[in-house]
Design a protein. Structure first.
Lengths: 316, 273
């Protein structure tokens, strides 16, 4: 098998918490605890989980917006973190991000054209007329028109803004696009349009996606592989078919069970698919009924392979 | 509509002060210093002396016009210095955080704790009276509000998607502060600055009133008030008109600032067209 495009190895991100008493114990929020993920070329990897599970922190670390506490991220075998990491400018050509909130992600005082062409100028790709042409082409590519370039962000709707966000992310021709809840702030009807646009772009440009989402119905449409995160750990990982047809970890089952399925309700055939057989199902870990205590070390656990490209976290 | 009226009034008052300052050489009927006529002191307003004469028989109208030069220079220049210092410190502190933020914060708190007029008074005592030292004294002592506003606005902008996006696009920190953060905090900074211009005009008046600002024969609105304070019963015009000039200037710049803020806001721009 060829080398993966992006490898996240044993990534850990800790945030110090304020002590409860002046001389109390040091407390740590373990936002991301030993996450291992790989992204292959042309693939869409989805990271799902509830808010606070560390999925966004993982994405920010990939983007270089958050320093990892330990672990490393490799792009085509070269480190993206720590010493030897590329500069901010070099990194920009590798990965770009589409942000969740289309309203906060565009500078209200910059026209769309200025915002997009500034990137081209910074990286010495194009200037002046040529930059304008590239901007116009990119706007058309994401379903807008070239005269939108002279407008300010507040003149656009949420869906249009998200298209602009995608255009911005694609301007430098990156290999990886990190999509942080790209549609969760949009109307359902607009969501489908944006999802379709993202899938088209992936195909025509050969992009690789890391999609962060809490919405499984979106994930089901786009992803090739799914990683379920819970309190900073990956609790189940596999190709989307195994995750959706044989959800095994209790948390994954709870997540999938929460997706409304009108067909199942109408036919009365409500129910979850069976879990995959697990060597010892009593060893699911971490304990999914309570929040981890920031004062304690977490229980040791490991991802165990239970099928071809399907693993689940069990206590050791 | 009301907004536009306020802005127009502010612009009118500000232009009036600027015109008075620039054109005082041609407009003033008398020399503000040399034309002292003790025989005609404390004359009420008349056709010869539109705003009357002061205790030494100098024309109040001419002195008010020339005083506008001092007030306007002090107001604009010292506030420009304040705004630059405050914005630079506030934005960099909010953006970088860490020890630099702590340091700037501490400095701001010290500046806020000492009344700025007392601080300016101390600087004036060291530098001696005169216009340049007045500019320095007022320019170094009133940046703390600008700094606070700039810092807190930067903190809230820093976490927004477009600043993060600029980082991921590879822009440097200076570039991000200049193109992403600065345009978005210009509104509040400008409003503080216009308030500050009024404040600096008042502070100049106060310092001159206390005798450490502009040296006496030279007219400034502050030292005109000082000279006229003993005449308030016999010749009220000698203090009322410089006072009105201060009032009009402060009001004018405040209204102007409010109007500018609304016009700089792109939201307001489309709503109007």
């Amino acid at each position: 098998m060829s080398r993966p495009l992006l490898e996240i190895r044993d990534l850990t991100v800790h945030f110090p918490l304020p002590r409860q008493a002046p001389l109390g114990r040091k407390r740590t929020l373990r936002a991301v605890q030993g996450v291992n993920l790989t992204l292959n070329e042309g693939e869409c990897l989805s990271i799902v989980g509830e808010s606070g599970c560390g999925k966004s922190t993982t994405a920010l670390t990939v983007m270089g917006l958050q320093e990892p506490t330990s672990g490393e991220i490799l792009f085509q075998g070269k480190p993206l973190t720590g010493p030897g990491a590329p500069s901010r400018k070099e990194r920009a050509r590798i990965a770009q991000m589409v942000f969740q909130d289309p309203y906060a992600s565009l500078n209200p005082r910059q026209t769309i054209g200025r915002m997009l062409s500034a990137q081209l100028a910074l990286h010495g790709i194009a200037r002046g007329r040529e930059a304008g042409d590239r901007v116009a082409a990119m706007l058309k590519r994401v379903g807008l028109t070239s005269d939108h370039a002279d407008r300010y962000p507040h003149e656009f709707s949420g869906g249009q803004r998200q298209r602009i966000g995608i255009a911005r992310a694609l301007m430098l021709d990156p290999k990886i696009l990190v999509l942080d809840e790209p549609v969760s702030a949009l109307d359902v009807s607009i969501q489908a349009q944006i999802i379709n646009l993202l899938m088209d772009l992936q195909e025509t440009l050969g992009l690789s996606y890391i999609m962060i989402s809490h919405d499984l119905s979106v994930v089901e449409h786009v992803s090739d592989r799914v990683a379920v995160m819970y309190f900073g750990r990956v609790v189940e990982e596999g190709d989307w078919h195994s995750i959706f047809s044989r959800p095994t970890h209790p948390y994954t089952r709870r997540l999938i069970g929460s997706v409304p399925d009108p067909d199942a309700i109408l036919t009365g055939a409500r129910g979850l698919p069976d879990a995959a057989p697990v060597p010892d199902a009593s060893r699911f870990s971490p304990d999914i009924s309570r929040r981890p205590n920031p004062d304690e070390e977490p229980e040791p656990s490991a991802l165990v392979r239970i099928g071809e490209s399907h693993s689940v976290r069990l206590a050791q | 509509m009301r907004l536009r009226f306020n802005f127009a009034l502010g612009l009118l008052l500000a232009l009036l002060v600027i015109a008075a300052a620039v054109g005082s050489g041609w407009l003033a009927p008398y020399d503000p210093v040399m034309d002292a006529d003790l025989m005609n002191s404390e004359m009420p307003p008349s056709w010869e002396h539109w705003l009357g004469t002061d205790g030494q028989g100098r024309d109040v109208f001419s002195r008010v016009l020339f005083g506008a030069r001092v007030s306007l220079t002090v107001g604009l220049v010292s506030q420009l210095i304040n705004s630059c210092i405050g914005t630079a410190l506030g934005v960099s502190a909010g953006y970088f955080g860490g020890w630099w933020d702590d340091l700037v914060n501490g400095l701001t708190n010290v500046m806020l704790a000492i009344p700025s007029l007392v601080f300016a008074l101390a600087i004036m005592a060291v530098l001696g009276p005169g216009l340049p030292s007045l500019l320095i004294a007022l320019g170094l002592t009133n940046w703390s509000w600008t700094c606070r506003i700039a810092r807190s606005s930067t903190l809230s902008l820093k976490s927004q998607g477009f600043v993060q996006a600029a980082k991921t696009a590879g822009f440097g920190d200076t570039n991000i502060m200049r193109t992403q953060i600065l345009p978005n905090i210009l509104g509040p900074v400008l409003v503080i600055a216009t308030l500050g211009i009024g404040g600096a005009v008042l502070a100049e008046a106060a310092l001159s009133f206390l005798g450490v600002g502009i040296r006496p024969p030279q007219p400034s609105w502050g030292n005109m008030l000082t000279d006229a304070r003993e005449l308030i019963r016999t010749a009220p015009w000698a203090s009322v008109f410089p006072g009105l000039a201060i009032f009009a200037t402060v009001l004018g710049f405040n209204l102007l600032g409010d109007g500018l803020r609304d016009m700089l806001d792109p939201h307001m721009r489309t709503r109007r067209t």
